[in-house]
Design a protein around this ligand. Structure first.
Ligand SMILES: Cc1ncc(COP(=O)(O)O)c(C=O)c1O
Length: 407
């Protein structure tokens, strides 16, 4: 007779990403062997560095004219706002539900963050956005596609156009995603991506910035620390564009190096395939949670994806509004005891990568009651590609089992 342990558990490691592909390791070894790690260190005048090649390839992938590789996603956000022309103290609209590098970037460039409410589907609240635009006259939205959830980009762009508000996209969680067939990161003036370890392509740290505006891109290149070597950028405007900005744009060093670029290029080739693999894992997890399935739970609510959104979910979020405070604590502890590492967005004190907007005490903020309500019982779980589809279904089942055990 087989005895079945009815207490489900999971044994995997939530922070273990896949190994760097062999092709990327070989490319990194080549860079180490020739020793030219600095992006402007070339052996012959016609050599294109790994960094320059990555920029060409990522611009092509994004169907944008220009791309700049830099030190991190947060740094790319700062560059984007500076290159766009932010003024000291200027209000910058952004999501109340995002991660700390986003308001941090606004603070770093001397802007004043103004936070916008979040919907139950974890996207920016367009009604609240409109009200705040009309009240403040802000000229810029730094939109964070937080956790990869895409708002109705057509409605958003229409609203911004009507009010003459520029858009910079934080695509740290939407590399490979699209809305209505248009790549995430091609709806605004500038888009910023991260290649930090937990993102869709992994170089430990790194950022990418794309745009179609030659003035903005020329300023971003010089700001990133190009010295006067901007002609070694291929996915950048012509030299004549730099002549008007080269002497009045400061060098705020934050370049990418050839080692990181070398390991990113092969990963970019595999991004669309991996996007599919992330979706398979998300679907298996969501299916296990879902109220519509036999094994799921009606108490667990998943955000609804817009029908035109193609997302690349490297994590999953869900809410359990029915929990009281003690039930919430028990749920987190019990899931952790069964090997399921959840983050809770409602904690008053910031923990690891997660923080609530009211913990960013260096800035002022108006209360966001709708966001407070959403975050209060919002949970977050990584979906590394080292997990199989079956692993993801199992994790979902552990969560349902724990939730149902709480009366
Ligand atoms: C939503 C969001 N935006 C921006 C960033 C900044 O990226 P980086 O860590 O590369 O600076 C992150 C990083 O986690 C993020 O989660």
């Amino acid at each position: 007779m087989i005895t079945v342990d009815s207490t489900l558990r999971f044994e995997g490691n939530f922070t273990q990403q896949e190994a760097i592909p062999q092709e990327a390791i070989d490319a990194a070894v080549t860079v180490l062997q020739h020793g030219r790690l600095h992006r402007y260190n070339i052996a012959t005048p016609t050599e294109l560095s790994e960094t320059a090649l990555l920029e060409i390839e990522f611009a092509r992938y994004q169907q944008q004219q220009y791309c700049l590789a830099c030190a991190s996603g947060g740094y790319a956000l700062q560059l984007a706002m500076r290159a766009w022309g932010i003024k000291p103290g200027e209000p910058v609209l952004t999501n109340g539900f995002t991660l700390s590098p986003v308001p941090g970037a606004i603070q770093a460039v001397g802007g004043t963050p103004i936070l916008i409410e979040t919907t139950d589907d974890l996207v920016i609240d367009l009604t609240h956005l409109q009200t705040v635009i009309e009240r403040t006259g802000a000229r810029l939205l730094l939109l964070s596609h937080m956790r990869g959830h895409l708002v109705d980009m057509d409605a958003l762009c229409q609203l911004l156009e009507q009010h003459n508000v520029a858009l910079i996209e934080d695509c740290a969680h939407t590399m490979g995603a699209s809305f209505n067939g248009k790549k995430s990161g091609s709806h605004g003036s500038v888009a910023c991506f991260s290649t930090q370890t937990y993102k869709h392509i992994n170089s430990g740290e790194g950022g990418l910035l794309t745009c179609n505006d030659e003035q903005v891109m020329a300023r971003a290149v010089v700001l990133s620390g190009s010295y006067m070597l901007y002609e070694r950028h291929e996915a950048a405007p012509a030299s004549r564009v730099f002549s008007s900005i080269r002497l009045d744009t400061p060098n705020c060093s934050g370049r990418m190096d050839n080692l990181r670029a070398a390991i990113l290029r092969p990963q970019l080739q595999n991004l669309d395939n991996n996007a599919h693999r992330w979706n398979e894992r998300y679907d298996a997890f969501a299916n296990a949670l879902n109220e519509g399935t036999e094994s799921g739970s009606e108490a667990i609510l998943l955000p609804q994806r817009h029908r035109h959104a193609y997302e690349v979910p490297s994590s999953i979020q869900f809410r359990i509004p029915r929990f009281t405070d003690p039930q919430n604590q028990y749920f987190l502890t019990e899931c952790a005891d069964r090997g399921v590492d959840l983050k809770w967005f409602g904690a008053a004190d910031p923990k690891a990568y997660t923080s609530r907007y009211d913990s960013w005490q260096y800035m002022e903020h108006a209360p966001l009651p709708r966001t407070d309500h959403v975050l209060e019982r919002l949970y977050d779980c990584r979906l590394p590609l080292t997990f199989s589809v079956q692993d993801c279904a199992l994790i979902g089942s552990v969560i349902v089992q724990v939730e149902k055990s709480i009366a």
